[in-house]
Write a protein of this length. Structure first.
Length: 168
């Protein structure tokens, strides 16, 4: 499901906090099917990766953020933003969403790529609203987050979240 390497470094994405490629300790990515059960797979991939990297203490916060970013990508970019719409597909079409994880000695970056060039919606979510609070959770649990259109010929955007790691 995942792949090792510098997938997060190519193409060079504008807006993502600069990381010296020589300082990257690990980078993996995972293609996700256009189905909501992909969120569970993304959490499992994240858990496995963080344990391999010796960062299990970050699992709860990072898994929550990954869940929100992937859910938003599936709901708004893949399902076209239609309320209640399910992403279409039987899992045999090319993946439309990709999760990237990268870490260095000082930070961990989670990024979700999707085919939409529209930015995330950060509308007012009331305390009783069933949806609309995901990006507030992302902001609460991360040191920073943002988004930007993809550079180059690949259409879509990246929504990223940054976690600063404690100094050893």
């Amino acid at each position: 499901m995942g792949s090792e390497g510098s997938a997060l470094l190519e193409p060079q994405w504008r807006g993502l906090p600069a990381i010296d490629p020589s300082a990257v300790s690990g980078a993996v990515s995972c293609a996700l099917p256009a189905r909501y059960d992909a969120v569970k797979g993304a959490r499992q991939f994240t858990g496995t990766t963080l344990r391999q990297w010796g960062l299990p203490e970050l699992l709860d916060e990072v898994a929550l953020v990954v869940s929100e970013l992937v859910t938003n990508a599936l709901r708004h970019a893949v399902a076209g933003g239609r309320p209640g719409a399910q992403p279409e597909g039987d899992g045999h079409e090319p993946p439309l969403v990709r999760l990237h994880l990268m870490h260095s000695a000082s930070r961990l970056v989670c990024a979700v790529r999707d085919p939409s060039e529209d930015g995330p919606v950060t509308g007012e979510a009331g305390s009783c609203a069933e949806s609309g609070r995901g990006l507030y959770l992302v902001e609460s649990f991360t040191d920073s987050w943002g988004w930007h259109p993809l550079a180059g010929t690949l259409p879509g955007k990246i929504v990223w979240a940054l976690f600063r790691l404690p100094r050893p």
